[in-house]
Ligand binder design. Structure first.
Ligand code: ADP
Ligand code: MG
Length: 224
């Protein structure tokens, strides 16, 4: 369960605090998926980074599986993020010197991530799910943009996170690749039963979600 309660965010400016989010609340259970639309600068990334415990809120709380990441010491927070949260950004953020398979495995290599040694098999299975088995030994530079995002998707899911957060996941892709990545994202979300939050200014991507929000005047408004 993800619980966002009365969240506000301001960025400091020379003229005082600049309010970006005001009193945002959202509650999502396992297996639920939502899209959040909003124009550039409306605070979509800020919201996602706070929910993903990458950036603290000015006020309000975020709890995932009953735990508030912002009360954790830094090491515990890093482990929590690694274990519970998968991220996909507009840029794939793959490591260029590693192969596709190694990139998918990177979240399992950090201290404390090991749990039973089936990571390699899971990585291979995820690469099969996103249709990239034949590309396992290639480097990111040898792939298309859509293929790189599919690797990023496999990497985001390798640790079976409870929460999958995507910031403009198809923003750099052509129409066909974007549709393909969106389809895989929703398919794997259903299969893995993550909580999925996608923020985007792409109406076509947002429309694929059963529950849709817009970020308007610093708050989430549910589409009917
Ligand atoms: P979006 O992802 O919807 O484009 P962002 O969350 O990136 O919106 O940004 C929302 C607003 O907050 C913008 O006006 C942006 O300039 C401002 N902003 C984002 N990050 C910072 C920061 N670290 N410091 C100051 N202002 C910021
Ligand atoms: Mg953004």
């Amino acid at each position: 369960m993800l619980e966002v309660n009365n969240l506000s965010k301001e960025y400091p400016t020379p003229g005082g605090g600049l309010p970006i989010l005001s009193g945002v609340s959202l509650s999502l259970g396992r297996g639920e998926a939502v899209s959040i639309m909003g124009p550039s600068g409306s605070g979509k990334s800020s919201f996602l980074y706070i929910v993903g415990a990458l950036e603290p809120p000015t006020s309000g709380t975020v709890t995932l599986d009953g735990q508030n990441p912002f009360t954790m010491p830094e090491r515990e927070l890093a482990a929590f993020r690694n274990r519970q949260i998968g991220f996909i950004f507009q840029d794939h953020c793959l490591l260029p010197q590693l192969t596709v398979l190694e990139n998918v495995l990177t979240p399992t290599l950090v201290a404390g991530a090991q749990e039973g040694g089936d990571e390699l098999e899971r990585a291979r299975r995820l690469l099969a799910e996103v249709g990239l088995t034949a590309r396992s030994e290639h480097r990111p530079a040898e792939l298309s943009g859509g293929e790189r995002q599919r690797v990023a998707l496999a990497r985001a899911l390798i640790r079976k996170p409870l929460l999958l957060l995507c910031d403009e996941p198809t923003g750099n892709l052509d129409h066909a690749s974007a549709a393909n990545v969106a389809e895989l994202l929703l398919e794997l979300h259903r299969q893995q039963k993550t909580i999925l939050v996608v923020v985007t200014h792409n109406a076509e991507l947002a429309a694929k979600f059963p529950v849709r929000y817009e970020l308007l005047e610093q708050n989430l408004v549910r589409d009917q």
